[in-house]
Design a protein. Structure first.
Length: 184
């Protein structure tokens, strides 16, 4: 019994961040690398953009097609740092993974992300906020128009879903832990 409780607790701690988004998306963790989604107040998907690992372009910006951005968030992008790296401003670009925020092309502002832009970012050299890459969806609602926020719309970003090898290692570790607990 103790074995099952520990195993379920480990799986929940690992998996819960992935279920944080309040609407269904077409995100496929076996194919897609990064995605940005906006959920409507009724739980439906309002806006969405994603990129696959094979199609990632470090010089591209992936824009939400219809969601308005909060102009007050221009210049306050969030930079995700590689998990095994230091995290903060002023570091070499290889320590940074993805950046999400309000992007301007000189004419309009959009909610967008750049994926694996280790050689620089189209949002600026770096973002304003720096955090380690989260495991699962990260709330970026503060980047969408305040009117949409007041109506209950939420925005979410997911970065670099663990690769199959990572999943295999995690599963093996949980399995070995379970085996050891079962022997006791």
């Amino acid at each position: 019994m103790k074995f099952r409780i520990v195993l379920i607790a480990c799986l929940l701690v690992w998996a819960l961040p992935s279920f944080a988004i309040p609407c269904l998306t077409p995100f496929n963790p076996l194919v897609d690398s990064d995605a940005l989604a906006v959920c409507a107040p009724n739980g439906t998907l309002y806006d969405y953009v994603s990129v696959t690992e094979a199609n990632e372009d470090p010089n591209a910006v992936y824009l939400l097609p219809i969601t308005a951005a909060d102009p007050n968030q221009w210049g306050f992008a969030t930079t995700f740092c590689e998990l095994s790296s230091p995290c903060g401003p002023g570091l070499p670009q290889q320590y940074y993974s993805d950046i999400v925020g309000v992007y301007g092309n000189g004419q309009t502002l959009s909610v967008a992300f750049a994926s694996d832009a280790e050689s620089g970012s189209p949002f600026a050299a770096q973002g304003h906020y720096f955090i380690p890459e989260p495991n699962g969806w990260y709330d970026v609602t503060y980047n969408i128009d305040p009117i949409l926020q007041a109506q209950g719309y939420t925005a979410w970003f997911i970065s670099s879903v663990p690769e199959p090898t990572t999943m295999l290692l995690l599963g093996s570790g949980i399995g070995l832990l379970a085996r050891r607990l079962r022997k006791r």
